[in-house]
Ligand binder design. Structure first.
Ligand SMILES: Nc1ncnc2c1ncn2[C@@H]1O[C@H](COP(=O)(O)OP(=O)(O)OP(=O)(O)O)[C@@H](O)[C@H]1O
Ligand SMILES: [Mg+2]
Length: 238
């Protein structure tokens, strides 16, 4: 088997409870993610899906265990190394999180705007908006875009640093099923055309079915027997 791009080993994260106890949100999860695959994380509300995504994206720190991404143990990173790592990861959220006063183009450029880059920010943002099918809406404010279009802008924004890993937390949660399907199609296209590894936390079985593998979480744990490989046959995953 090819080396995994993400290797999670006995990952643990708990949060403080008001009564002084700790809530184990992720409680000893181990799993490997192969490069250029689409992986679904499913499970009931509170199962730890978002927390696991945040740990992989280094938005939260592990309490125990390790997460290696492309051979690098992210728990050991700090300062510049951590900032550099975060730039290799793209995040897409359920609520899009676009800046309402900025155009689609400026929203896509926003993550890199304060920084010097070795690429032309506006040119790349335009290219990404074209990729997600919004070439003609670059100057639109989010309030003038549909939910699906706003999520496309958010996907383009997540790609501005050409991440090898795209983490999507309920990316279709605020969309009707057809629009949601088109967002999943877009994420799977990124896997196929750019070799991006896509990890999607989702409640939607249809979204999980479109992925290569599903891992089911419950109470912060993963049951190996609930890992499902989806065989999409010779016609691929669409
Ligand atoms: N910042 C936090 N502070 C305290 N508790 C938290 C925090 N983030 C998550 N939790 C708790 O950790 C557990 C796992 O939460 P998480 O958001 O990872 O679940 P989830 O599977 O994403 O759920 P959902 O499907 O509702 O999005 C929950 O019990 C939640 O209340
Ligand atoms: Mg969640």
């Amino acid at each position: 088997m090819t080396d995994p791009i993400v290797r999670i080993t006995a990952a643990r994260k708990s949060f403080a409870l008001p009564d002084g106890g700790r809530l184990p949100a992720v409680d000893g999860v181990s799993l490997d993610i192969a490069p250029a695959t689409a992986v679904a994380l499913t499970g009931p509300s509170g199962a730890g899906k978002s927390t696991l995504l945040h740990l992989v994206g280094a938005l939260e720190r592990l309490d125990g265990g390790t997460i290696e991404v492309a051979g690098q143990e992210i728990g050991r990173l700090s300062g510049r190394g951590l900032a550099a790592y975060r730039r290799t990861v793209g995040f897409v959220f359920q609520r899009f999180h676009l800046l309402p006063a900025l155009t689609a183009l400026d929203n896509v450029m926003a993550p890199v705007l304060p920084f010097r880059t070795d690429f032309d920010k506006a040119a790349r943002a335009r290219e990404l908006l074209t990729l997600v099918g919004l070439a003609d809406r670059t100057d639109a404010l989010p309030s003038r875009l549909s939910g699906g279009q706003q999520q496309r802008v958010a996907v383009a924004r997540a790609l501005i640093n050409q991440p090898r890993l795209l983490l999507a937390d309920e990316p279709t949660g605020n969309l009707d099923s057809r629009t949601g399907a088109s967002i999943v199609e877009l994420l799977l296209r990124l896997r196929d055309e750019r070799g991006t590894t896509v990890v999607i936390a989702t409640h939607d079985p249809a979204v999980a079915d479109g992925c290569d593998v599903t891992h089911r979480l419950r109470d912060g744990r993963l049951a190996p027997s609930t890992t499902t490989f989806h065989d999409h046959g010779e016609f691929g995953s669409l």
